[in-house]
Design a protein. Structure first.
Length: 106
């Protein structure tokens, strides 16, 4: 399954547009990760724990996108867009949404 942010795949013609597909993931951040990330904010540096959560959430959303496209008979998703949002009363949840157009390439 080809996933691309462009509106087509170079050298391949789109034969059929199957529809818009999306994948959504919401993950909670662990209280210990929050604590250590807060320390990193004070002393500087990257927050590896949050980077891992972000990468995992993105992959989960893209996996859902692939599955939904396959269910429609597509072999690619074009115009993929990723959106990130923090949610929850204390901003302790991370939401990642992946959207795109499922297509059948030649």
């Amino acid at each position: 399954m080809i996933l691309t942010t462009t509106d087509g795949v170079e050298g391949r013609r789109i034969l059929d547009y199957k529809g818009i597909v999306s994948g959504e993931t919401i993950l909670g951040a662990n209280v210990f990760k929050d604590f250590f990330a807060g320390i990193r904010d004070i002393v500087g540096g990257r927050s590896g724990s949050y980077e891992k959560v972000l990468a995992d959430a993105k992959e989960m959303a893209l996996d859902q996108l692939r599955e939904k496209a396959e269910d429609l008979g597509a072999n690619a998703v074009v115009a993929v867009d990723l959106d990130y949002e923090v949610m929850g009363e204390t901003n302790g949840m991370l939401m990642v949404v992946a959207n795109g157009t499922a297509v059948l390439l030649e």
